[in-house]
Design a binder for this molecule. Structure first.
Ligand code: 5GP
Ligand code: ZN
Length: 112
């Protein structure tokens, strides 16, 4: 499978690791949109929110347990935003589901 984020999990492509456990991997976005911009991905390939099922939703639930811990470790005591782009209208560019954690400054009130 030719998936950039699977290659990052496998260390075939280098990344700046923030957190890792048996189900997920978190790393710094290569093109940060905020002082803290971390991507959290499951260690199971599925493309997007549209492919969440009863079989793989435990990965999503686990990621949402990890996000507050990652945010705290990154010093985001003032708050943060979590985004998952799904499909072309949302400009999803990597077809391995991922959750952006953005923070470290006052974010815009606009979400789109
Ligand atoms: P999307 O637009 O699909 O929601 O987000 C994909 C994100 O992956 C983008 O924010 C982009 O900067 C990031 N990205 C793309 N290629 C790489 C890479 O090779 N390494 C890292 N660390 N981030 C990447
Ligand atoms: Zn993948």
């Amino acid at each position: 499978m030719d998936c950039l984020f699977c290659k990052i999990i496998e260390r075939a492509i280098p990344s700046s690791k923030v957190y890792e456990d048996e189900m997920c991997y978190a790393f710094r976005d290569i093109n940060p949109q905020a002082p803290v911009h971390v991507l959290v991905i499951p260690k199971l390939h599925f493309a997007s929110m549209d492919e969440v099922t009863a079989d793989n939703s435990k990965y999503v639930a686990h990621i949402f347990e990890c996000i507050p811990k990652i945010a705290a470790a990154e010093g985001l005591s003032g708050g943060y935003r979590v985004i998952s782009n799904c499909g072309d209208d949302a400009c999803q560019s990597v077809k391995h589901i991922h959750f952006h954690i953005l923070g470290g400054r006052q974010l815009s009130e606009e979400m789109a």
